[in-house]
Design a protein around this ligand. Structure first.
Ligand code: PBG
Ligand code: MG
Length: 336
């Protein structure tokens, strides 16, 4: 026997009108949820398109500052900076990563000077600075050395904090780097520098366009990051990673990529109740952009639905190359 609820219960009643749809809406995407990743290049008044990411440009610091002001005016809380290192500054051991006059460090200072209220996050990892494109320092066999890499990451993180970065984002997946960075920041008085740990970062093929954008694809060649980034097959391991990073002093944790990994976001939110972020990565952007440009999907509604799905999965915020467009679209909806 089935327990008959129809017609007493009709799920469509609440969907009948916009007022009741609005009243029962469980999740909402706002501009407060957005973080915009930005690519920085050397030079003056220069902008370069990223071929595999139409609509995304690499900007020299002067243009970056102007764009940052617009981003702030739109109400986006934070940007994340990714430097494009000239080939001649790359090396086997990535000294450029902690050059106080490096591109990232100068970019942070310039943005914070022009726009002090805009949060600025930096990427802590060595891949933009190594000749081999790996996130760490390698031995003769090409294996990424955990502890040697941490020494460089610590100096890199400190140089970002000294430049005025508000949030440090270690994206390297070395073990134990969060506690070492946290203690070093404390020692130097940077007690309020926040750490957003890329805790569950998967060895994903969705990072391809990013590697084009920062110019590490050529360096990496046929290499992969399987010995430090996570296997896409794993779920419990993500919880293990997050528990370690929170223990080591991370203020926020992150899952990366986004849409294919929203199950992981939900697991983490349920388990830890800590500030949880998701990175809607370059390959995800490229797919949506390509389909939109072909007229196969409606860009605005698909993008807003995609970002809302991240919220529904439990994310407190989303790193997305769509942040600016989404903020503009959200404003339109508001003014509707
Ligand atoms: N540590 C580098 C880093 N930081 C952010 C991304 C990817 C971001 C994106 O694809 O949008 C990567 C690429 C990688 O790990 O190879
Ligand atoms: Mg870890």
């Amino acid at each position: 026997m089935i327990d008959r609820q129809f017609p007493i219960t009709r799920m469509r009643r609440m969907r009948k009108d916009e007022f009741s749809r609005r009243l029962m809406r469980e999740n909402v995407l706002t501009t407060n949820d957005l973080i915009l990743p930005m690519f920085v290049i050397e030079g003056h008044n220069s902008r370069e398109p990223v071929k595999s990411m139409p609509g995304v440009e690499r900007l020299s610091i002067d243009l970056l500052v102007e764009e940052a002001k617009e981003i702030h005016a739109l109400g986006i809380p934070m940007i994340a900076l990714f430097p494009v290192t000239p080939l001649e500054a790359k090396s086997l051991t990535a000294e450029e990563a902690y050059n106080p006059e490096g591109l990232a460090q100068r970019a942070v200072r310039a943005v914070k000077a022009a726009c002090p209220e805009l949060g600025v996050m930096t990427d802590v990892a060595l891949d933009p600075f190594t000749t081999h494109g790996q996130d760490g320092i390698i031995d003769d066999d090409g294996y990424v050395l955990n502890d040697d890499t941490i020494d460089a990451l610590m100096q890199q993180a400190l140089s970002h904090a000294e430049a005025g970065a508000d949030v440090i984002g270690p994206s390297d997946m070395m073990d134990g780097r969060i506690i070492e960075i946290r203690e070093l920041l404390e020692e130097h008085g940077h007690i309020n520098t926040r750490i957003m740990a890329y805790s569950a970062k998967y060895a994903s093929s969705y990072y391809g366009p990013f590697r084009d954008a920062v110019g590490s694809a050529g360096n990496l060649g046929k290499g992969n990051k399987y010995t430090y980034q996570m296997d896409p097959a794993n779920r419990n391991e993500a919880l293990h990673e997050v528990s370690l990073d929170l223990n080591e002093g991370a203020d926020m944790v992150m899952v990366k990529p986004g849409i294919p990994y929203l199950d992981i976001v939900r697991d983490i939110k349920n388990e830890f109740k800590a500030p949880t972020f998701v990175y809607h990565v370059s390959g995800e952007y490229a797919m949506l952009k390509a389909a939109s440009q072909n007229g196969w999907i409606d860009e605005k509604s698909v993008v807003l639905e995609t970002l809302l799905s991240c919220k529904r999965a439990g994310a407190d915020g989303i790193l997305t190359y769509y942040a600016k467009l989404a903020a503009i679209w959200l404003k339109e909806v508001q003014q509707g």
